[in-house]
Design a protein around this ligand. Structure first.
Ligand code: ADP
Ligand code: MG
Length: 319
């Protein structure tokens, strides 16, 4: 299969654009018309085999993930998706593999309302680089550096499940109904928290998406904001599936696992009632973990005492 056939068959008509796509796939470049009066938001992320996903990851999951991790960055800014490009390096053009990859990519793109407008296809070690463009109302984006002492710290969803799911990958896809299936799904098909991100535009003082691990990403947020945080490890949302998988190490996995693509954000105390109203409309749990402090550093408490957790935990599960 040559490059033109491949593009034509799997990508050219995958996500038909609207009137805002003046020129999509097929020319030397795409030409796009941004919504009038909006600010554009741009992010790019690569998923490489061996680094971001192990060999043997289902191609539909790779197609989903390379877009999901980028949509998660838009979510963390409070932005709405518009367009994306896909640069794909493939060791060979395998029709069954490409079909599954494109299906995973396209299903999420349609759901998120993002249109694929271009890309590049080359031979090389398996890697997919996606660039996403989104939009916000002028100036209405959420940065990492707005957290202040006294603001409450929240996380969406179920941090830690993805690292457990990654560890389960080598066993192949679990049967539906197997408790491990929800963990496997969390790694293979992470759900970017776009609606939550958008709803937090007027509420969150700072936000970041959790890709490297909750503890690590909170460290980036407090560093950017020039503050610290004091949190209760006992408040961590640990699902029954993660508890069953991780046992006594489930909390460490939630803190250090990575690949969660949950949103971690801060809200000033006077806005907490409003957050409760907004959040009640989501089908997504939101957990209050603790508070921002003026003193630098991140402290996790367990039974009221500072907790020196095992920062290496996730590595034990990734072998
Ligand atoms: P050029 O050599 O001019 O860059 P290409 O042959 O690389 O052209 O690409 C032809 C068209 O197909 C371009 O519009 C490009 O954006 C698009 N394209 C190439 N690869 C992909 C891909 N993996 N996904 C989506 N569009 C692609
Ligand atoms: Mg090209």
């Amino acid at each position: 299969m040559d490059e033109q056939t491949l593009i034509e068959r799997y990508f050219r008509h995958a996500t038909p654009g609207g009137a805002d796509v003046l020129l999509g796939i097929g020319d030397d470049a795409a030409v796009l018309r941004p919504p009038p009066g909006r600010d554009l938001v741009v992010a790019t992320d690569t998923q490489a085999e061996g680094t971001h996903f192990p060999p043997g990851t289902p191609p539909a999951a790779i197609g989903h993930r390379c877009l999901a991790v980028n949509l998660s960055d838009l979510a963390a800014m409070g932005a709405e998706p518009l367009w994306c490009t896909l640069a794909l390096a493939l060791p060979q053009a395998d029709a069954a593999w490409l079909e599954a990859f494109a299906a995973g990519f396209t299903a999420l793109a349609e759901r998120a309302g993002i249109v694929l407008v271009g890309g590049d296809t080359v031979r090389g070690p398996l890697a997919a680089t996606v660039t996403v463009l989104g939009h916000v109302r002028p100036g209405k984006f959420i940065r990492r550096d707005g957290a202040r002492a006294g603001h409450a710290v929240y996380v969406t969803g179920w941090p830690g499940e993805a690292v457990a799911g990654r560890a389960l990958l080598s066993r192949g896809a679990p049967a539906p109904g197997d408790p491990a299936e929800s963990l496997w799904r969390r790694f293979c098909f992470p759900e970017p928290r776009l609606a939550a991100g958008l709803a937090l535009v007027e509420l969150a003082s700072a936000m970041i998406d959790c890709s490297d691990g909750l503890h690590d990403d909170l460290g980036k947020l407090v560093l950017a904001s020039g503050v610290g945080a004091r949190l209760d490890a006992g408040a961590l949302p640990i699902s029954a599936a993660l508890r069953a998988f991780g046992g006594a190490q489930a909390a460490e996995m939630a803190l250090t696992g990575g690949d969660d693509y949950e949103l971690l954000f801060t809200v000033p105390p006077e806005r907490s009632a409003e957050l409760a109203r907004v959040e009640a409309q989501w089908s997504l749990p939101v957990t209050r973990l603790g508070e921002i402090t003026s003193q630098a550093g991140v402290t996790w408490l367990r039974d009221g005492q500072p907790w020196a957790f095992d920062d290496q935990t996730y590595r034990h599960f990734q072998g």
